[in-house]
Design a protein. Sequence first.
Length: 114
Amino acid sequence: QVQLVESGGGLVQPGGSLKLSCVASTSSIRLYNMAWYRQAPGNKRERVATITSTGSTNYVESVKGRFTISRDNAKNTMYLQMNSLKPEDTAVYYCNAGYIADYWGQGTQVTVSS
């Protein structure tokens, strides 16, 4: 069983930045492909960014050039640096890890509003 704990969400003005963190309960997380998802009220959960166990990354078109996903396996941690935030980025952001099984964090709220 892998536990994932997100942090770093909050309220930010349009154009601002936030950095989300996802800490895993095991060092075996280095073997997992990981991802950030988000879900806004009334919307389906959307995959925002992915990072493989070898560090390859991919982004949904709407966040390219603004968000950066990264991982530090020595700290069992994945990050999402979010810059130039827009109101449409408002959502609950979830950490996901997949390998033998699929695991989710509890989510962290990101609100972009003036």
